[in-house]
Design a protein around this ligand. Structure first.
Ligand code: SF4
Ligand code: SF4
Length: 93
């Protein structure tokens, strides 16, 4: 009997820890939502790779007119474009 009590207490502690973890995850998600993809006009060479890699079609690069455009509502913040940009023109802020 005595052996079960500490175990039960431990279960409760674990429950609270899990609850706390869930809260932390939610907070992290909120932080992620604040991040925004930004591009550096001075670094960009308009290669178009980021536009090709983005499966959401959030980035449109016009290589002829040298323009870069992001549709924020389509971006899921996966970061693929950032990793593929060879000149480091993209980042989350
Ligand atoms: S991959 Fe980088 S350099 Fe190329 S168009 Fe995109 S932001 Fe510009
Ligand atoms: S972070 Fe992902 S979804 Fe957003 S523009 Fe880059 S590749 Fe597309």
């Amino acid at each position: 009997m005595d052996g079960k009590r500490p175990h039960k207490k431990h279960f409760h502690e674990e429950y609270h820890e899990r609850h706390h973890e869930k809260h932390s995850e939610e907070n992290n998600d909120n932080d992620k939502n604040k991040e925004e993809l930004v591009y550096n006009l001075e670094k960009c060479v308009f290669c178009g790779i980021c536009g090709e890699i983005c499966k959401k079609g959030a980035i449109v690069v016009d290589q002829i007119n040298r323009t870069w455009d992001l549709t924020k509502s389509l971006c899921v913040k996966c970061g693929h474009c950032i990793r593929k940009c060879k000149v480091g023109a993209l980042e989350f802020t």
